[in-house]
Design a protein around this ligand. Sequence first.
Ligand code: TRP
Length: 449
Amino acid sequence: MNTRILTGITTTGTPHLGNYAGAIRPAIAASHADNVESFYFLADYHALIKCDDPARIQRSRLEIAATWLAGGLDTDRATFYRQSDIPEIPELMWLLTCVAAKGLLNRAHAYKASVDQNEAAGADADAGISMGLFSYPVLMAADILMFNAHKVPVGRDQIQHVEMARDIGQRFNHLFGQGRDLFTLPEAVIEEDVATLPGLDGRKMSKSYDNTIPLFSSSKELKSAISRIVTDSKLPGEAKDPDNSHLFTLYQAFSTPAEQAAIRADLQDGLAWGEAKQRLFTLLDEQLSEPRERYHALLAKPNELEDILQAGAAKARKTAGPFLQQLREAVGLRSFAVQGADLTSSKKKAKKVSRVVSFRDDEGFRFRVLNRKGEDLLLSKAFADGRAAGMASKHVQTAQDDLDIRQADQQLSVWLEDECIAQSQQYATDDACAEALAELRSALASDES
Ligand code: TRP
C-alpha cells in the first residue's frame, strides 16, 4: 500500500531560504519516491487565525504556491491545493469538534502560551484569544484525517498537534467505527537529517528573529544578505573552525560532500570570510537562479496559478467528498430517502450488531433477535422441536435481502413458506415501525456469523 504523506504551510509570510531547505525541498523530494502519495496544501484557514490583513494573506498564498511549483513540485504526482478550496475540511472539523475533549485542547501549547501571557500580565486568562486559536488543533486534525495521512512532516512545535489529531481520530473511530477504523491514525515525522538552517546571526532562521536570507529575490539582495552573515573576527590567513561557523552550515545545506570538504579545508587553511561569503553566494545564486526565474514567471501569471490550484482542489475533493459522505453516515447524518438500503450496505462489513438468542418456554422452542442495546427486534413463534427452531433462526440470519419481512398494523412479521415464523412488537406509529424495519434489516445484514 502507498504511504500517504501530508503537510500544510500556513500562509502568512514569504518563504525564505530556511523554509526552502528545511521543509519545501525535502517535501518535494519525498513526493518523488515510489509508493508515496503526497498531499501538500496551503493552510490558509489557519492563516486567518494569526493574521487579519487580507492583502498579506492573499500575497502569501500566491508566493507560497509559486515557491512550491518553482521548486519543482510535480502536481501530477502530488495533490497540491488550498485548504480553503476544500469545503469538506471545515465540515469534518465540526464532526471532530463534537468529539474533541475541551480538556485536550486546553493543553495545546499555543493556547496555553497565550493564557500564560495573559495571566502574567494580570489580564483575564482568555483576553484576546479567539475560538480560532483555541480550535486550531481541531482544524489541523481535520486536514490530516480527511486524507487518512500516515505521515505528517512537521517542525517540532507541531508534534503535539499531530498527536492531538491521533487522539481525536481514535476517539471518532471508537465512537462511530463499529469496530473498524474510519480514520488512519497519523504519525508526525521530524526530518532529523535536515538541519534547521541558521540565520544571519546564527540563531534559527526565522522571520521573528529578522535574520532570514531571502529565497527568490534578486541576486543583488541575496548578495547583500550574505554579506551580513555574522562571523568571528579571524583575519584572512588565520585558520577558521568550520564546525563553529554558521556560514559553513549554510554552505553545507546546498553543496555536495566534495564541495563541503573543499571549503572546509580552505577555511582551515585561512580562507578569508569575505571570500567564503563570495563562494556561498555563487553556490546559492547558481542553484536558485533557475527556480527564481520560474517563480517570477508564475507570479506574473496568477491566472495559471489559479488553474493549477483549482485542478489540485478538484483532485483532493475526489477523495474528500466520498469520504466525508461516509463519515456523515457514520454519525447518523443520512438521507431519509434511502435510509433502509443505506444502513444495509454501509454496515455490511461492520461487526455483528445483532444477537440471536435461542430459548425454550412452556410452549416450545423459540429465538429472539436483539439489537445492540439488547432490545427485542423479533420474537419467533414456538417451534415444536429445537431443530426446526434452529433452521428458522438460521434462515432469518442468512437470507439477507430474500428474507420475507412484512409490515402491517405497525408490526413486523417474518415469513417462511407461507408461515409466519417471527414477529416484532406492535409499534405506536407507522414511522416507528418503519424505523424498526430499517434497524432489523441492518442488524441482519451485518450479521455474518
Ligand atoms: N500548523 C502547521 C504549521 O503552522 C500548518 C498546518 C496546518 C499543518 N494544517 C496542517 C501541518 C496539517 C501539517 C498537517 O506549521
